[in-house]
Design a protein around this ligand. Structure first.
Ligand code: G3H
Ligand code: ZN
Length: 287
């Protein structure tokens, strides 16, 4: 059964580890993430961007696939199905479709509008038993059409959003979606510490989890980060493994056409990436 992400993230914040959110794109992705979480006895969050939801034909299809797969694979670890960088309308659709958690990304609105929309959505999400993530500041780079300037969050604005009763908060601290450029300045831990002071015990979310050095991940967890989002790294692992398999002629020298065989190396590569991240985040054995 799907669960809201509130409890698993509060436990993570207290236990000084983070739960990974891994974005899914299709059946293979979902299966790889779920099987790895079960094998490692780790809680997990399946992230679905609006683009990925559309690709999988709609949020209802996603929710039905995940629920059925969990039942048939006997997944017993806590799993949240979470809308990633949701619009106002997308949040309503996911609540209706059976998601257990939503992110409302109002970071591109003026703060007053972000507050008003978040206030309304947190009320309805909680009434329906879902957890809600909100965002202040912005994540740099681009993910599935969501573009951010990358400005760091204002701690006072973080407090205003946290006071609405949201369950966890994504604050921009110099993190970027996609690969980090060579001249990246690193995470801004001064801002993170100020945000933590402003919002108290609220679990914080670190987006752009691909390519952040291990020491920065650990420091971020020590400063209240309890959820780390990873998307691009699973995609590059999948693409690299698929390409290598075909280029090495392992698909019957270019004559192979069974999709189950062609997709298998990529699915294994996603498992390896998810395992590596769960070990780094410290969520192994915390189910
Ligand atoms: O919302 C999802 C993420 O923040 C993932 O970022 O693609 O850089 O790993 P990433
Ligand atoms: Zn993100």
């Amino acid at each position: 059964m799907l669960v809201a992400a509130k409890e698993m993230l509060e436990k993570a914040r207290e236990g000084k580890y983070a739960v990974g959110q891994f974005n899914i794109n299709n059946l293979e992705w979902t299966k790889s993430v779920l099987l790895t979480a079960q094998e490692l006895q780790s809680p997990v969050i399946l992230g679905v961007s609006e683009g990925a939801g559309k690709y999988m034909t709609g949020f209802k299809t996603v929710a039905a696939m995940v629920e059925a797969m969990m039942e048939e694979l006997n997944i017993t670890v806590p799993v949240a199905l979470h809308l990633d960088h949701g619009t106002y309308d997308g949040c309503y659709k996911c609540i209706k479709a059976g998601f257990s958690s939503i992110m409302f990304d109002g970071s591109h609105y003026p703060i007053e509008e972000n507050i008003e929309k978040t206030r309304e959505l947190v009320k309805i999400a909680h009434a329906m038993g879902l957890s809600l993530e909100a965002e202040v500041g912005s994540i740099g780079g681009e993910e599935d059409g969501v573009v951010g300037a990358g400005e760091c969050a204002d701690p006072a604005e973080c407090k205003a959003i946290a006071d609405l009763g949201i369950d966890f908060l994504a604050a921009g601290i110099g993190n970027i979606h996609g690969k980090y450029p060579a001249n990246w300045q690193g995470l801004n831990f001064d801002v993170l510490a100020k945000v933590k002071d402003a919002v108290g015990d609220m679990p914080l979310v670190l987006h752009g989890g691909t390519g952040i050095p291990e020491d920065m991940i650990k420091k971020a967890i020590s400063l209240g980060v309890a959820k780390i989002n990873v998307n691009t790294e699973c995609q590059t692992s999948f693409a690299d493994a698929t390409r290598a398999y075909i280029e090495a002629g392992k698909d019957q020298q270019g004559k192979g056409f069974d999709p189950r065989k062609l997709l298998a190396p990529g699915a294994e590569a996603i498992k390896a990436t998810v395992k590596e991240k769960m070990e780094l985040f410290g969520s192994v054995g915390k189910a």
